[in-house]
Ligand binder design. Structure first.
Ligand SMILES: Nc1ncnc2c1ncn2[C@@H]1O[C@H](COP(=O)(O)OP(=O)(O)OP(=O)(O)O)[C@@H](O)[C@H]1O
Ligand SMILES: [Mg+2]
Length: 505
């Protein structure tokens, strides 16, 4: 990337306040043609808000932006697209029941004479040009998350974008999918596109970004610096305001003698997935009180169905589930037996956007404190305050609507609700998804605390580093089976990798 290349985008002094929340204050940023520019910062730092102003979703209270040195004020995403700006949101916005081509057709403004065959031809040409393989005739509901994301990027390119904005594209991806995405991003950079990308992972900043801008509490604290000039500790300090040392977990080997009852026992379970295929093909697993078991596997190997079966959220065709020795088949019986659930995608599975933080804290499926004929909100408030103090994930104020919270702040509400109470079994799918460095660290400490206080903890993650730093045992799944198991003193990345591909133990 040459010094003299003109910025496609320049942001000068953007400010956006939502009532008492100063989401952005006097923010400066520029993105050049042919560069990947990373935007980093804590949960709630204002990253998504900044991107939404650039993309015309929000109007800034103050400041201006220039495209190719010309001041512009996109009043809507359509106007931003006309200026050559495209954005892929944190939550993908596709219609699952339609095909790839139909989804693309929906996003391209055309006359009434829409010709689907032409759209298919264009998709094929455009996807070949950028190495973004997607089948135009496939139904979106059958695509993996990685494929859906490629489709979103393709849509952006087909609307003529030169500036491509990606808000946390990797937080939902498995490591192999991240490499594929970065291949596409590097290709776009080489073609002269400008890319503005949000991530919480510093190794990703180093892998892909030419420059990085750090937001903290709505202010730009580093603007367009080169990552190589900073250590990870310096970047973390600029984001969080203090150092965050890496986690060092003490491992345990739980005695599984006669008479000790597992917190979770899954025996010989078969179960169907969403598309009628067999997702679990005879799976058995025990999680004992006081142990943390990690589930590794390539996405779609049955991990999600395993969690759902454990929690009574998915029926089995054969086999049994018991929690602390009590057979469990329904969500109600799992909750009664003391199970808690950190779902894979809280925004989709677990939150009701219009409700407040406090109402979400009450929505945990357990008995609510009651007063006369209604809910005792004062008691819910006291309990929420106590949980927040105990866990230290610093959830947003009680009255805030969840729809107004940042992605990571929603995850923190769900984590506080589920991990704050005493439980015999914790089932956590991708617990650190969307969290910033400090909150990832805190969440991992909480999971280890749960384990030390006697819960059986099951953690699903595609991030092997995370599992290797937390788990006492890692169980590897492949194609609906358990392909092997490795204990903490024998963790070996290559070996686990082979098991993930179905290789023999
Ligand atoms: N529409 C809105 N109404 C009120 N407050 C909002 C709105 N959108 C964002 N905020 C607030 O602005 C702040 C910044 O949010 P933003 O989504 O930009 O953070 P972020 O840096 O993207 O965080 P994350 O890493 O969690 O995605 C947060 O406190 C958020 O609750
Ligand atoms: Mg965000």
């Amino acid at each position: 990337m040459s010094e003299q290349s003109v910025p496609i985008l320049r942001v000068e002094g953007f400010t956006k306040h939502f009532a008492e929340v100063k989401a952005n204050t006097d923010v400066h940023l520029d993105v050049r043609a042919g560069e990947v520019h990373a935007l980093v910062g804590e949960n709630g730092a204002g990253k998504s808000t900044l991107l939404k102003m650039i993309y015309g979703v929000y109007r800034p209270d103050a400041g201006r932006m220039l495209i190719d040195s010309t001041p512009v004020t996109p009043g809507s995403p359509a106007e931003a697209r006309a200026l050559g700006i495209g954005m892929v949101f944190q939550d993908l916005r596709l219609v699952p029941a339609l095909t790839v081509a139909e989804n693309v057709a929906l996003s391209i403004p055309r006359g009434p004479m829409l010709n689907l065959r032409r759209v298919i031809r264009e998709i094929t040409a455009e996807s070949e040009k950028h190495g973004l393989s997607v089948n135009p005739r496939a139904l979106v509901q059958h695509l993996s998350i990685g494929e859906r994301q490629r489709l979103e990027i393709l849509k952006v390119l087909m609307t003529g974008a030169r500036l491509v904005i990606l808000d946390e594209p990797t937080s939902v991806l498995a490591p192999q999918e991240v490499s594929a995405l970065f291949g596409v991003v590097a290709h776009l950079r080489d073609q002269g596109f400008g890319i503005l990308i949000v991530t919480h992972k510093l190794n990703e900043v180093r892998a892909i970004a030419d420059r990085v801008t750090v937001l903290r509490a709505g202010n730009t604290v580093l603007v367009g610096v080169e990552p190589a000039d900073y250590t990870n500790d310096q970047l973390i300090e600029s984001m969080v305001g203090r150092a965050v040392p890496p986690l060092v977990a003490e491992r345990v080997t739980v005695a599984k003698g006669e008479g000790s009852e597992p917190a979770l026992r899954i025996s010989g379970v078969r179960s169907k997935g969403d598309h009628g295929h067999e997702a679990l093909k005879g799976v058995s697993i025990d999680v004992y009180p006081g142990e943390l078991v990690g589930i590794a596997g390539v996405a779609g190997s049955g991990q999600r169905e395993l969690c759902e079966v454990a929690l009574g959220l998915r029926a089995t065709t054969t086999g049994t589930v018991s929690i602390c020795g009590v057979p469990s088949r329904t969500p109600a019986s799992a909750i009664r037996a003391g199970a808690v659930n950190v779902p894979e995608d809280p925004v989709a599975d677990s939150v009701v956007a219009r409700l407040s933080v406090l109402e979400h804290m009450a929505l945990d499926g357990r008995a609510l404190p009651r007063k006369r004929l209604g809910i005792d909100w004062a008691a819910v408030r006291t309990r929420t305050h106590a949980l927040n103090e105990a866990l230290g994930l610093r959830i947003a104020p009680h009255h805030r609507r969840v729809s107004e919270l940042s992605g990571g702040n929603i995850q923190r509400v769900v984590l506080t609700r589920e991990l704050g109470i005493h439980s015999s079994l914790v089932v956590a799918a991708y617990p650190s998804r969307g969290l910033d460095v400090a909150n990832v660290r805190r969440t991992q400490e909480i999971l280890l605390d749960r384990r030390s206080s006697g819960s059986g903890v099951l953690v699903v993650s595609e991030d092997l580093d995370e599992l290797m730093s937390l788990a006492d045992r890692i169980v590897v799944m492949h194609d609906g089976h358990i392909s092997g198991e490795v204990s903490a003193n024998a963790f070996d990345r290559q070996h686990i990798g082979r098991l993930m591909l179905g290789g023999a133990a």
